[in-house]
Ligand binder design. Structure first.
Ligand code: GLP
Length: 240
């Protein structure tokens, strides 16, 4: 793990976007995945600015979403899909060659899961996987206790995730399951970039980077990834 401590959120965002762009420059036909949530907002904006300025060419690269709340389509408020579209894809003046956004409201969620696996099998492995970290150490919706051997899967949300999720959609929606790329697909990525900001992430980030590798803290598996960058602001890195 290469740990990069940035002075603040803005620096973290720019540094992570640069690392993602570097991966695409190495392989212009890259398959790329970014997370949803609060952490990546600045990063995806910085990345879109770089694309629009011509600093990185994504015209031959593909984008696949990381995860989604089961029950929410990619256009529902609070969904990861709407985050992908509004904050990243719609800002790009020069788009990706193709995008695959998970539909958590698909009539047959098992078909949706298979489609995600098939997409990654066809165009992958991921060249660049940018990830956030949940308060329980989850990556995407690889919740605590998840098998490290899984590809895309549908998983019950942990109690921690259920407590945290109201920040995305208040009391309007109470998802029970997530659909997510699996740890096996994440670990197969050529370059992984884990981003974290804020004092509330300091404890779990230290467990992930310095603690035992265990599925109780899914992000700890990244200690075994050969090309993983951890980009954190000073507050999140305080216990590293
Ligand atoms: C969410 C998502 C993850 C995200 C994580 C952290 O529930 N499933 O993909 O990385 O939790 O979210 P945030 O950045 O809002 O703290």
């Amino acid at each position: 793990m290469q740990i990069i401590v940035c002075k603040d959120y803005e620096e973290m965002s720019i540094r992570a976007a640069e690392l993602a762009a570097e991966g695409i420059r190495e392989n212009p036909e890259a398959l790329v995945s970014f997370p949803g949530g609060d952490t990546p907002l600045g990063m995806v904006h910085a990345f879109a600015d770089m694309v629009n300025a011509g600093d990185v060419n994504i015209s031959r690269a593909r984008y696949v979403s990381l995860d989604e709340w089961v029950g929410l389509s990619g256009t529902d408020e609070g969904s990861c899909g709407i985050f992908n579209r509004a904050e990243l894809l719609d800002r790009l003046q020069k788009p990706f060659k193709e995008v695959h956004i998970i539909n958590g409201a698909a009539a047959d969620i098992e078909d949706e899961r298979k489609a995600l696996d098939e997409y990654i099998a066809k165009y992958g492995p991921l060249e660049v996987s940018v990830l956030g970290i949940g308060m329980n150490g989850h990556l995407g919706f690889n919740e605590d206790g998840v098998s490290f051997e899984l590809d895309a899967h549908i998983i019950p949300l942990s109690e921690t995730t259920k407590k945290v999720m109201s920040k995305y959609f208040g009391e309007k929606f109470h998802p029970e399951y997530g659909i997510s790329q699996g740890i096996r697909q994440i670990m197969a990525a050529k370059r992984v970039i884990l981003i974290a900001n804020g004092a509330h992430k300091a404890d779990i980030l230290a467990k992930a980077c310095r603690g035992e590798v265990t599925n109780r803290v899914p992000a700890s598996i990244l200690q075994r990834h050969p090309n993983c960058f951890v980009v954190a602001d000073e507050a999140a890195a305080a216990q590293l």
